[in-house]
Design a protein. Structure first.
Length: 680
């Protein structure tokens, strides 16, 4: 919105009503010109009405201070009225509300304490007790821990969950007479944020909010971090004024500021995208000019291309494009966790969805029904498949893109994360001439990837390999792949029956979903075919009870089943920020882990490389149940779960939790990740 300024006289005062955002150089220059003109015309009592001002930047604040100084020198004054809650907070955290007369009102979170001198004489523990946040005994415990560990008192109280970081920040603000804020869009100037690189800011855990007359108002969680302030001062050449905020709020706001900066470049078409990204499939037969008009021309196309390239670069498994109230949201699923990477304006959202639909050859006019499609692009020298799904919601259609990178998904057996012993056991099962082999686990545990690796291992010109999938995720050479089409009655079971007439040696069934498919799989395994499939169970041995519950005859199952692999994915510790720590045997025993000695474990402290999660990439952990003569005898009796568990103990089968714990002791993952599998 362009800046509009209207004038009116009220007694000796000249009121200037401003409407528009004061966060661009052009808008601030317009305001400065109007103020200069007013002073030149001998209007020395100025009132700026900010009723229509949504945002201000550092340059605007400097102009206000300079104008105030000019007016004071000639006996005049400057007042600001009708400030929004957001702008009152900006004036407060930068101290302008002390230099310039601002209208009073609620909203200046993080008030400065008038009795700060008295508060400084009190220790932090005393203040926390006075506020009723902790007890005397809790402070005594924290002080004793502080003497032993050397950690700060506040950090100990937060780690042991006696207080939250937000509560501590509020008390520290009062103790040191500093403002404290909950950072959000508008409470920082993107230009000022850029005074430090993202890497510098994240490493120091600070965020420049505004820079006014060579003074940086720096968000920090530690008011006494003098070395950090000295570093920022040296890098920027400015003096530092601390503003307190929680660490999580600072790191989240740094990400948000980076996204807003990226989005600006993308929407004005200044994005430097890879020239090699090209659409291989899913192209539209419609008029290209009409498509460009619909999709907002090159900026939206650049945005979509950049998203795909960034998702591939960051090893994202899914891209979520979601509408919202006033602002859309784009998130990546990386290592099983969603991270917001962009928040484009809502009015751009329909063009993004239309562009994606055009790429997938879907009906862009249909917005009431869900649609599914497929896009194939080439980027970074390789082909990437994108599986697209739309779902109508109250704010518009949500789009999810599953990123299928064949080069990274179809790995040799040696790279799927199995131990040497498990790998040899797995290969032995795959060499069976016939039988049923299952991979189990919940959705997203990597079952399909393991099956593809197995099929790739078995693939040769001498064998007829057929797959039945819904949908076909990766296209493989030599192998005959078939798509289930429920809409025309071509179900898993029906397609399975026809596949068995095609003289296959090996059949891969994407998933056993119903009794009929299970029965056909068992019959095929008994009649000379090697059948590979997946099943949704919590562990490997659960596959037996599931199939028996489905109605498979015990004597048939005992003859058909070769083995079951239980699988989970755990996150790897980030190699860039990996740290080690010693855990006592008592602490391990408290988690139910038998140990007579302390163990060295590893975790990531968080960095820009791993999105501050402490993890980068995932690895599979397994348990393998191979059917032997004893297991066959057991299955013929329709065993209970207790009997099956006893069989596993007698045969020393390593559980999923034990496999994950071994990975944690080796330093590949963290104890917290391993504990997620306890009891599964």
């Amino acid at each position: 919105m362009s800046l509009a300024i209207s004038k009116s006289r009220v007694g000796v005062e000249l009121h200037l009503t401003v409407e528009g955002a004061l966060n661009t150089d052009e808008a601030v220059r317009d305001l400065e010109a109007q103020l200069d003109t007013a002073i030149e015309q001998y209007h020395i009592n100025l009132v700026l009405d900010f009723v229509g001002v949504s945002l201000v930047n550092s340059v605007c604040l400097e102009v206000l201070l300079e104008t105030q100084d000019r007016l004071l020198r000639i006996g005049g004054s400057l007042s600001l009225v009708n400030l929004s809650r957001l702008n009152r907070q900006v004036m407060h955290l930068t101290g302008l509300d002390e230099a310039i007369d601002c209208d009073s009102g609620e909203g200046a979170s993080g008030r400065r304490y008038t009795d700060s001198a008295m508060l400084k004489r009190k220790k932090l523990g005393e203040l926390l007790i006075e506020r009723g946040l902790v007890t005397d005994k809790e402070i005594e415990y924290a002080v004793a821990e502080q003497r032993k560990s050397g950690k700060k008192l506040g950090d100990i109280l937060i780690d042991d969950q006696y207080v939250t970081e937000a509560q501590l920040i509020e008390v520290l603000a009062g103790q040191h007479g500093l403002p404290h804020v909950q950072i959000r869009t508008g409470l920082y100037d993107p230009v000022s944020v850029g005074l430090l690189t993202q890497e510098q800011a994240r490493s120091l855990k600070v965020m420049p909010l505004f820079c006014v007359n060579k003074r940086i108002f720096l968000a920090t969680a530690d008011p006494q971090a003098i070395p950090v302030f000295d570093t920022v001062a040296e890098v920027t050449g400015c003096t530092i004024r601390p503003v307190l905020a929680t660490r999580d709020n600072i790191l989240d706001s740094l990400s948000q500021a980076e996204q807003e900066s990226d989005e600006l470049a993308e929407f004005i078409g200044g994005l430097d995208v890879d020239s090699d990204l090209m659409l291989l499939e899913g192209h539209s037969d419609n008029d290209p000019d009409a498509i460009d008009d619909l999709s907002g021309a090159s900026p939206v196309i650049n945005l979509i291309n950049n998203l795909v390239q960034r998702a591939v670069r960051d090893n994202a498994s899914d891209i979520h494009v979601e509408p919202g109230r006033g602002k859309a949201r784009i998130r990546f699923r990386i290592d099983g966790v969603l991270y917001q990477v962009m928040a484009p304006p809502q009015d751009v959202y329909p063009a993004l969805v239309s562009r994606l639909k055009v790429m997938a050859k879907l009906d862009i006019a249909e917005r009431r029904l869900p649609q599914d499609g497929r896009i194939q692009v080439m980027t970074q020298g390789r082909v990437i498949d994108l599986r697209l799904s739309t779902l109508p919601g109250i704010f518009g259609e949500k789009v999810v893109l599953r990123v299928l990178d064949k080069e990274k998904a179809i790995m040799p057996l040696e790279r799927i994360g199995m131990s040497d012993a498990y790998l040899e056991q797995f290969r032995s099962m795959l060499r069976s001439r016939h039988g049923l082999m299952l991979v189990t686990g919940p959705t997203g545990s990597g079952k399909t990837s393991t099956l593809y690796s197995a099929i790739n291992f078995l693939n040769s010109i001498e064998k007829s390999i057929v797959t039945i999938e819904d949908p076909v995720e990766y296209q493989l050479d030599v192998i005959n792949q078939n798509q289930v089409r429920e809409g025309i009655g071509l179900s898993f079971a029906k397609l399975f029956k026809h596949v068995l007439r095609q003289d296959p040696d090996i059949v891969m069934v994407g998933e056993i979903r119903d009794v009929e498919t299970a029965e056909i799989a068992v019959q095929a395994a008994l009649t000379g075919h090697l059948v590979l499939s997946t099943l949704h169970t919590n562990d490997a041995i659960g596959a037996i009870t599931r199939l028996l519950d489905m109605g498979i005859q015990p004597f048939l199952l005992s003859s058909a089943l070769v083995g079951v692999i239980g699988q989970r994915l755990v996150r790897r510790v980030c190699p860039k920020c990996k740290t080690q720590h010693m855990v006592s045997s008592e602490a391990l025993q408290a988690y139910g882990i038998a140990s007579d000695e302390a163990r060295m474990l590893f975790k990531g402290k968080g960095c820009s490389y791993c999105y501050d999660s402490g993890y980068k990439g995932r690895m599979a952990v397994h348990e393998i149940f191979e059917v032997n003569a004893a297991a066959q005898q057991l299955m013929t009796r329709s065993p209970s779960r207790d009997e099956l568990d006893e069989h596993l103990r007698q045969n020393n089968v390593t559980s999923l939790f034990e496999s994950a714990l071994g990975a944690a002791f080796e330093g590949s993952t963290s104890l917290e990740e391993a504990l997620r599998l306890k009891g599964n």
